[in-house]
Design a binder for this molecule. Sequence first.
Ligand code: FE2
Ligand code: FE2
Length: 481
Amino acid sequence: MNIMNVDYSTKIPNNVNLAEDRQVLKALEGWHPGYIDWWHDMGPDGFQQSLVYLRTAYSVDPRGWAKFDYVKMPDYRWGILLAPQEENRKIPFGEHYGEPAWQEVPGEYRAMLRRLIVIQGDTEPASVEQQRHLGKTAPSLYDLRNLFQVNVEEGRHLWAMVYLLQKYFGRDGREEADELLRRRSGDEDSPRMLGAFNEKTPDWLSFFMFTYFTDRDGKMQLHSLAQSGFDPLSRTCRFMLTEEAHHMFVGETGITRVVQRTCDAMKDAGITDPTDIAKVRALGVIDLPTIQKKLNLHYSLSLDLFGSEVSTNAANAFNAGIKGRFHETQIDDDHQLQNATYPVLKLIDGEARRVDEPALTALNMRLRDDYSQDCVKGMLRWNKVISTTGYDYKLTLPNVAFNRAIGEFKDVHATPDGLLIDDATWNKRKGEWIPSAEDGEFIASLMTPVTEPGQFAAWISPPKVGIDNKPGDFEYVKIET
Ligand SMILES: [Fe+2]
Ligand SMILES: [Fe+2]
């Protein structure tokens, strides 16, 4: 079998030769009905009989790996796709630096590996659950299709992690795979594992913020796991990153289009002050200060996903050769970090200061710094839209001390500028910085669905180009009547 192409002859499309791996095929086929039940219970609410113009991975060749066609979501071919094996790949960091990459799980790191795979796996269905109500209020068929594309691919990412669990972790792996279908986002008794994945995604602005900021955390995690000395994990993550890029595209362009529409509407109405919230809202668009508040919320929630700034778990995973750094192989150092240091932001005498810590325990901080840098790019684009329309207003990332539940700053309150404040001030003023109930109600009031091909809700601009180069009035979703 050509590793580039995917075998569609088994029930589960794959490029891992499942047809000859009977035991794993059987385990996956046994898991499949539970997955489909989960999809019906917790996947997109409605639209299951609609034909959606989706891309499906049919190859892992970077030059052309997806086919676009109309598919009913439950018929989507969720497959197991690993990037091609690199010949003679070596472990690129840690104590085993330079040794051949592992094709089987090293016994001593089994528990650590399983845990990392389960945590990654848990985020994938969680976001589908968080987004399940959004189909009903989509601002266009184009956006509706993008939502569903993200959803089916997160489903596939769950498959990717479940494959690893079932193939390499025996009985415990099968149990974990079942647990992944049992936990539910926001559930009191069995929530998803990470905070941001138990939050609500109540409206489309939240969805765009989520795909921009939280899927980008996913990107960083996948990048560091793509460096793993455990080769099957590395190959899985490398292919997932190909799909993940679209999710962040949806977020970045989504926010761009919201900002564009707001600025255009303000200009047409002759509004000169973008912070005149009442006037802007009267136009039926989302004012820039409210967009900033949503951004503050989603960025701070996403920072929490990186864990504590100083972490022995992170050091252990690196030493073991299990989880590397962002772009590990492109970094010019010894890849072992035994004597290296890294500046970590800490709370000292009431202010945030950088203090050198051993680089090994500071790996979460480093990945988070890489993430923050990556986040800035979209910000520049959004601010360009604002300044080009002639407004003097800048969207900014809030300070790392702002609204944190994990790490150095979890016990203090801070303004978006990083000024520490007491509880009373926080409680009095937090509505200025994170969306209030009233902001939520206003945004919700705009969320009326638009289902005519080529039409868009009044609070968002049309995209510059269609998906798969389709024209503006293309019917991305054929909604059943
Ligand atoms: Fe994903
Ligand atoms: Fe994603």
